[in-house]
Structure formats: structure tokens, C-alpha cells
Design a protein around this ligand. Structure first.
Ligand SMILES: [Zn+2]
Length: 407
């Protein structure tokens, strides 16, 4: 048996007046998903546990079968994994944003989308100057794909520090940032580093040049999303097989690495509307020639939601259906038997342009055991099925090992 997981990021949505009361998934023409639905099982899965922010990190941990309540230790450690940074067990990994401050106010969490090249220079200078002064207790790492997203590792952290309170910078735009500096055991030092970063960055030539060109200065670091290294039981240990993940998104690569899954690069994959959908499906089939599990993650559905564009979201869903699921449906025939799980991580609502924690529709199809399901795969038919997986992280186990889906 071969197992295929397809994650259309943020595909779930609410009914829209502009679509005559339909959701984008409901309005989209999706013959391949509908085929799998008609011969499979659909239901709802609660991927975001109560009290958690409906982010891709939490949603995808559930999708991959890891209970966020147990395994989520912070955003920083997942991003460290993606950058290939091996954490020691007493390391504390933080997301380190480059942000823009004006006076005492946090103006922009992305520092005017500072470029990767500029961020590299700033992060390097910062690391040198601060380590000169404070020693080697910490280290900065430039991020991979986005300038404002960098990483800060604090070594030999007191275990109590994992519980300090830090605030995402995108939540305090326009506010006095000093009120939101990290709080709790050992945070005086972190707050001091953040304050000192401003002195080093404010008039750095990179920022002088940005200011000359009318761009925001990247003049402050913001440390948040900290966590100790998580310990995920690997897929091999849980299910006895090897597998791989295909994605353009750093966070997903981090989850894959922690789960002991390979990350497969596909040419032309962008995480955007022009991504190489067919290539993703073809590489997925190739993965299954030597392994038993593959996950294909697609980001464009989430992007369209954030843009608040219903037509674009429909198009992204139709592209996923045609090029990813259509290609899989055709090419998976070479294997004796296969199962597909289609499972978005969360809703990304066109109307509010943001994520919501609603239970998402899922679909399971097995070529060995065809069933009679609804003729359309969407939020409505998933709700009507009365199948409800209250703890989304349990669905992966049911998908692989079988068993009765809860109602
Ligand atoms: Zn997501």
C-alpha cells in the first residue's frame, strides 16, 4: 500500500455572498477530488485545538499526526530544523524578526520587506558586535527565503526560560514596543540585546541607503516564538515506513525533518500561483517508487485567501485538482494499491483574509476498498457526513492503520 497526503494550505472557507452562498471549494470545478469523494469517505477534522492560534504550524502538526498540545514547543525550533541547524538540548530557538521602529513605536514587523541580501549583512554585523560584548552565549542565523525572518539561538538556557512570554511583532504594530519586550525568567538579557540592536542597526549603511530610497529602516530585532527542540516520534518508528514531503514552505520542511521524512526539491516550485503543480505530482509518484509515503503541500490556496480574492482561490483549487490530483489519479495506477488523504491545515477565509480555527473538510480514498461517498468534496458534504475527527492529529493514524472514523 502506498500513502499519499495532499495538503491544500488554507483551502477551507466559509460561504460567500459573492458566490451565491457557496464556499470557494464548493464553487470550484473539481472532478478529481469529486471522484475520490464519490468513491471514498469525507468528514471534518478539528486540526486547531482549543486555545491555539490557527497557524500553519499548529494545523500542519495535526495534519502530520502530531498532537500540538504535546509536540509544539514553538515556531523557532521548527524554523531551525529547516535551516539545517542542529539544536543542542539546552538551546532555546527564537524567531528573530528584523522590524522597523520609529520613536518608541513598532511600525512594521517585516521592516518594509527588507531583502535577504540586506538582512544577511545586518544580521552578521549584529552577531559580531553583540558577541564581542557579551560572549558566545548566543548566535544569530540569517533566514532562508525571507529577509525579515531570521533566527536567534540562546545556548545553555535555564529550563525555566522555555516558559517566558514573548509577543509576535505583527500583533503590536503601531504600539509602544517596550511594553511588549519578553517577560519572565532570564529575559532582562534578551531585552537588553533587543535594545542594543537598535543602536547598531539604526545608522548602518544598509539602512542609510534604504532611507535614501524611501524604504523603512530595519533598525530593531524582535525575539519571539521561542522553544526548546521538539522530539517527534519518526514516521519510521510510528508506521514502519520511509517517506518524503514536497513543499515550498520552510515551516513544512521543518516539520518533515523532525518527522524523519525527506524533503524533496522540485524544479519550478514557488509557493505561488505559478508553481509547478504537475511537477509536484510527478515527483510524488517517483518518491513512492522507493518509499511508501509522500506528502504534497500546496501554498497557493492559502495565498488567495489572504488576498481576499474568491475568483483566485477558486482558480488555485481548480489548478490543484487538475494538475496535482489529476496527475496523481492517472499515475498512481502503476502501484498495486494506494490511499489518498486530502486534508487542508486550516481555513483561510476570503472574507476576513485571515485564518480561522474551524474544522476542515477531509477526504480519504482507498483504491483497494472503494466506498460510496458524496458526489462533491466540500465543507457542506463533509459536515453532512457526520464524520467528525475531534482531534485532528489522530486522523493520520486512522488513515495509515485503518479503523472506524469517529462521528
Ligand atoms: Zn496554512
Amino acid at each position: 500500500m502506498k500513502y499519499v497526503l495532499v495538503i491544500p494550505d488554507g483551502m477551507g472557507d466559509k460561504p460567500l455572498a459573492s458566490l451565491g452562498g457557496k464556499t470557494p471549494l464548493e464553487a470550484a470545478r473539481t472532478p478529481n477530488m469529486d471522484f475520490f469523494a464519490a468513491h471514498g469517505v469525507v468528514g471534518l477534522s478539528q486540526n486547531i485545538p482549543d486555545g491555539f492560534t490557527p497557524g500553519t504550524d499548529i494545523g500542519c502538526m495535526s495534519v502530520f499526526g502530531y498532537d500540538p498540545k504535546i509536540y509544539f514547543t514553538g515556531r523557532g525550533p521548527l524554523e531551525a530544523a529547516e535551516l539545517g541547524i542542529a539544536l543542542e538540548k539546552d538551546d532555546l530557538a527564537f524567531r528573530c524578526n528584523l522590524v522597523t521602529a520609529e520613536g518608541g513605536v513598532l511600525k512594521d514587523f517585516s521592516a518594509g520587506h527588507v531583502s535577504v541580501a540586506e538582512a544577511r549583512i545586518l544580521i552578521e554585523v549584529l552577531g559580531e558586535r553583540l558577541r564581542e560584548k557579551h560572549g558566545e552565549r548566543f548566535r544569530f542565523y540569517p533566514g532562508g527565503g525571507t529577509g525579515y525572518r531570521n533566527l536567534f539561538i540562546y545556548h545553555k538556557a535555564d529550563p525555566g526560560m522555555a516558559r517566558i512570554v514573548s509577543t509576535p511583532p505583527h500583533d503590536i504594530m503601531g504600539r509602544a514596543y517596550r511594553d511588549y519586550l519578553p517577560k519572565g525568567k532570564g529575559t532582562d538579557f534578551l531585552a537588553a540585546l533587543m535594545t542594543e540592536s537598535r543602536e547598531i542597526l539604526e545608522n548602518h549603511p544598509v539602512n542609510e541607503k534604504r532611507a535614501e530610497n524611501g524604504k523603512a529602516r530595519a533598525n530593531l530585532i524582535w525575539l519571539w516564538g521561542q522553544g526548546v527542540p521538539p522530539h517527534f516520534p519518526s514516521y519510521h518508528k510510528r508506521f514502519g515506513f520511509q517517506g518524503a514531503v514536497i513543499t515550498a514552505v520552510d515551516l513544512l520542511k521543518g516539520i518533515a525533518i523532525h518527522a524523519g521524512l525527506d524533503v524533496i526539491a522540485v524544479p519550478g516550485v514557488t509557493g505561488y500561483f505559478d508553481t509547478n503543480y504537475t511537477g509536484k505530482a510527478e515527483y510524488a509518484v517517483n518518491v513512492l517508487r522507493s518509499r511508501d509515503f509522500v506528502a504534497v503541500h500546496v501554498e497557493s490556496t492559502d495565498e488567495a485567501g489572504h488576498m481576499g480574492d474568491a475568483a483566485l482561490k477558486i482558480r488555485a483549487i481548480e489548478d490543484v485538482d487538475r494538475w496535482v490530483l489529476g496527475t496523481l489519479r492517472e499515475k498512481l495506477k502503476e502501484f498495486e494499491a494506494f490511499k489518498i488523504l486530502i486534508l487542508p491545515d486550516h481555513y483561510t477565509c476570503v472574507e476576513t483574509r485571515t485564518h480561522s480555527p474551524d474544522p476542515v473538510p477531509f477526504l480519504i480514498y482507498s483504491s483497494r476498498e472503494e466506498k460510496r461517498g458524496p458526489r462533491k468534496f466540500c465543507e457542506k458534504t463533509a459536515a453532512e457526513s457526520k464524520i467528525f475527527v475531534k482531534e485532528g492529529h489522530t486522523l493520520m493514524n486512522l488513515f495509515v492503520k485503518g479503523g472506524v472514523l469517529p462521528s
